[in-house]
Design a protein around this ligand. Structure first.
Ligand SMILES: CC(=O)N[C@H]1[C@@H](OP(=O)(O)OP(=O)(O)OC[C@H]2O[C@@H](n3ccc(=O)[nH]c3=O)[C@H](O)[C@@H]2O)O[C@H](CO)[C@H](O)[C@@H]1O
Ligand SMILES: [Mn+2]
Length: 390
């Protein structure tokens, strides 16, 4: 319990001054009316002080009780999945959904829309497919806040060879009217190609160490992203993406991809896979463990987006958890993607993007994928990865 010291000291000095005055009156034999009047004032001050003091005590003990209760509840919640060192900074966010006057676009319908696929999750956030948004409307909403968009990509070892195609097609299709900085994490600066960039767009090259195993790179993404956001990106971007570099953009990606935390459904498991068969980490010893019977979707780690602080919390979580695993000599089945899937199960994304946002050149495009926006390139794993392997 905290005693309100400031209050008691202040009030005591007022009371003692009044008592002194009273004694003076008594000693100087000031007429009795004034004497009664001063006594009355002293009594009032005394009562007021006592009242305030007791209120403070009640308030303090109540808050101590609340705090004790909170601690108890938190102890009961044994499975809270979040970064140990979460950022408590306030993210940039879209303020309101206003658009400029006079914008011309087709009338939206309450009756027509995509019916072949589900366009909403069971936690009631959009599941984005072609035909569920109007590019003119959605871009206009976000354009007015003119966010600084950062895209973190890693090109370590032979993967620098993918940069040219990624950047050139990105300039054609990726948030073309927005400010974009490509943060290229590489061990070989000289291999970063010179690409003509649109207005308001730039490249920042960030050195990272080379790797002997590709697994080091994919885990390392979470570590270097965490460190670099802290050191630099936090002051330069409002919205952040993390993407694989071995892909090309084929069609528009716009503001419909923006939300506090947007994750993409992995093309391999979005339609007919029972959750028990999702390739989640199934060993309880791993920090990425998800028990059979739990799970919403299987998300890819190859495209992710969100407000800066939300992405920070996510990458920091994946980094911390994989560090814990490696202390115990465990490597999750799909590396950082396994930790990501655990995080997203217990911290639901605020938008889920369909596999239009990451398809693969290995797979035929089915009828429900009306537009392929990004596609993973076919690659010779033995050739591009330092230790080969699939
Ligand atoms: C479509 C999809 O879900 N992709 C994921 C999948 O395989 P992928 O086959 O897509 O992984 P990948 O070889 O493309 O590696 C992921 C990314 O790490 C970077 N990189 C990797 C190795 C290397 O030597 N140098 C380098 O720069 C590069 O940006 C690459 O795009 O599994 C990986 C982890 O197992 C990641 O979770 C990928 O996001
Ligand atoms: Mn990839």
């Amino acid at each position: 319990m905290i005693v309100p010291m400031h209050l008691s000291i202040q009030s005591l000095s007022v009371i003692s001054a009044a008592v002194k005055g009273l004694r003076m009156c008594f000693l100087l034999r000031i007429p009795s009316k004034a004497y009664y009047f001063i006594s009355f004032i002293v009594l009032l001050i005394f009562l007021r002080t006592f009242y305030r003091y007791s209120q403070d005590i009640i308030r303090n003990s109540a808050s101590t009780m609340c705090f004790d209760d909170m601690e108890l509840t938190m102890e009961k919640q044994t499975n809270v999945v979040e970064a140990k060192h979460r950022s408590n900074k306030v993210s940039w966010s879209i303020e309101n959904l206003s658009i400029p006057n006079g914008l011309i676009y087709p009338q939206p319908s309450t009756q027509k829309g995509r019916t072949d696929v589900n366009c909403v999750t069971n936690w009631n956030v959009p599941l984005v497919w072609e035909g569920t948004f109007d590019p003119i409307v959605i871009d206009a909403i976000y354009k007015k806040t003119n966010p600084r968009v950062g895209v973190m990509i890693f090109a370590v070892g032979k993967y620098t060879g993918f940069l040219k195609g990624f950047l050139e097609t990105g300039e054609k299709h990726f948030l073309t009217d927005f400010r974009v900085t490509y943060y290229i994490f590489t061990d070989n600066e000289k291999e970063v190609p010179a690409i003509a960039l649109g207005k308001g767009r730039k490249i920042t090259v960030l050195p990272v160490p080379s790797a002997k195993r590709w697994q080091e790179v994919v885990f390392g993404r979470m570590k270097w992203a965490t460190i670099t956001i802290d050191k630099q990106i936090r002051n330069e971007a409002d919205y952040l993406f993390l993407m694989d570099v071995d892909s090309l953009f084929h069609n528009r990606i716009g503001a419909e991809s923006f939300s506090r935390l947007s994750a993409v459904l992995h093309r391999g498991y979005y339609k007919n896979t029972e959750r028990a068969n999702f390739p989640y980490e199934r060993h309880p010893e791993s920090r990425a463990y998800i028990p059979v019977g739990e799970g919403d979707y299987y998300y890819t780690a190859a495209v992710l987006g969100g407000y800066l602080e939300d992405i920070y919390n996510l990458v920091r979580y994946c980094y911390e958890q994989s560090e814990e695993d490696s202390k115990n000599k465990i490597e999750a089945v799909w590396q950082e993607e396994s930790h990501l899937n655990k995080y997203l199960l217990y911290n639901k994304p605020t938008k889920v993007l369909s596999p239009e946002y990451l398809w693969s050149d290995y797979d035929a495009v089915p009828a429900d994928i009306k537009v392929v926006r990004i596609s993973q390139l076919k690659k010779n794993y033995a050739e591009v990865r330092p230790n080969g392997g699939h």
